[in-house]
Design a protein around this ligand. Structure first.
Ligand SMILES: CC(C)(COP(=O)(O)OP(=O)(O)OC[C@H]1O[C@@H](n2cnc3c(N)ncnc32)[C@H](O)[C@@H]1OP(=O)(O)O)[C@@H](O)C(=O)NCCC(=O)NCCS
Length: 192
């Protein structure tokens, strides 16, 4: 379990499927994600949670549940994961979703990202963490820049949304960049 000031990153639990179902049909959340083209049944969500409960010993991906630190039940509000882990070149891809619209833009995502970057660089010994974001997701882009990610390039007109095509932006952060930023502020500091 990783503890910050506002959030805790914990393991998945079977009961998380119900909370995931609460946001998975919400277009205001799913329009920013690279997957989920059709509604997801409870059975599909339960199968996803089940996969999180039984990982390989040397996994190629892993996810944490995001919960609020002041919630005694540590109920699911979202998830943050490291995917496509490349153990030879020591890089991976970060993915994150907060499923509660009322909690967006309050610094929760930035703190969860800081914590998972500590884990990626400090524990998994990654050298670089990458991600992609659609250009219309200005809140996420701003959040990633705040966490120290840099723009590295873009694939033009990669996403069809709201009647037009949008670019996909590639971003990345190295271990040294993250450690440098971390040394200038305490966990949770600097978020909204
Ligand atoms: C992306 C996400 C994890 C970020 O977490 P968050 O808690 O909302 O982000 P934070 O509050 O830490 O940071 C967001 C920043 O963007 C700013 N912001 C909010 N809305 C914005 C907007 N429409 N345009 C530009 N900036 C915006 C906030 O003010 C904040 O910056 P500040 O701290 O300098 O004031 C979360 O918004 C989310 O899960 N969104 C839905 C799913 C999603 O987009 N996933 C990512 C796919 S790449």
């Amino acid at each position: 379990m990783l503890r910050g000031r506002k959030v805790v990153l914990r393991e998945f639990r079977k009961e998380d499927a119900g909370r995931i179902q609460e946001w998975i049909g919400n277009e205001n959340i799913t329009k920013y994600l690279g997957f989920l083209m059709f509604p997801q049944t409870l059975e599909e969500t339960e199968a996803y949670v089940e996969r999180q409960l039984h990982k390989e010993r040397v996994p190629s991906s892993g996810e944490f549940v995001i919960a609020l630190a002041d919630d005694p039940q540590l109920q699911y509000i979202g998830a943050v994961g490291l995917h496509k882990i490349d153990w030879r070149n020591r890089n991976c891809e970060l993915g994150i979703v907060i499923g509660r619209e009322d909690l967006l833009g309050q610094g929760i995502g930035a703190e969860a990202i800081d914590l998972v970057l500590d884990f990626a660089f400090g524990f998994l010994n990654m050298h670089k963490v990458n991600l992609t974001v659609f250009e219309y997701n200005e809140r996420a882009h701003h959040c990633y820049l705040k966490c120290g990610f840099k723009d590295e390039g873009r694939v033009r007109q990669q996403r069809y949304y709201d009647g037009r095509y949008w670019d996909m932006i590639f971003m990345g952060i190295t271990r040294d960049e993250h450690v440098g930023l971390r040394n200038t502020r305490a966990p949770g500091e600097g978020e909204a």
